[in-house]
Every structure is written in C-alpha cells, then in structure tokens.
Design a protein around this ligand. Structure first.
Ligand SMILES: [Zn+2]
Length: 90
C-alpha cells in the first residue's frame, strides 16, 4: 500500500469524483472531490474535514450542480441510499 496521503487535487487524472482514503487508524483521512462542472473542486484532510467534504460534495451534486445529468445521477444515488438505510433500520 502506498504511503502517500497527499490530496491529489490538481494532478492530471482521467476522471472526476470523490476519493477518500484512510490507511489505518493512526493516519489522517484524506479526500478530494471534484465535479465535471468545475465549480466544485476541494481537498480535505482530517476525519471531520473529510466528512464535511463528502457531505458538501453530495449536496453540490444533488442541489447545486449546473449539469443536469450529475443532479439526476446524484438524486438516484441518494434515493438508493435512503432506501438501504430505511431497510437496515427494520
Ligand atoms: Zn457540479
């Protein structure tokens, strides 16, 4: 496993999306996320920061993104998540 934990925002890479990594309990969680619309591109390190990045990325995709296909996909994912959460509660 690579020991590199630097956020990768800014690196050339093929795709968009959210990456989160946490290698073991003694390392900080790191994450970066970017959206094809170009309005959301952030990196975070630290458990709390990563969690809030994940939440705000999800919110951007569902509510704020100017690209309709992104919002539609996010809405679908969100619905599935809600479904699996309510199933687990039973
Ligand atoms: Zn977007």
């Amino acid at each position: 496993m690579s020991a590199a934990i630097t956020p990768t925002v800014g690196d050339p890479r093929p795709g968009y999306g959210l990456r989160v990594r946490k290698d073991g309990i003694r390392t900080l969680a790191v994450a970066d996320a970017d959206c094809p619309c170009g309005q959301f591109s952030r990196a975070a390190s630290g458990d709390v920061e990563v969690e809030s990045l994940v939440i705000s990325y999800g919110r951007h995709r569902r509510d704020e993104c100017p690209i309709e296909a992104v919002r539609v996909a996010a809405e679908r994912q969100y619905a599935q998540l809600q479904q699996s959460l309510s199933k687990r509660r039973k």
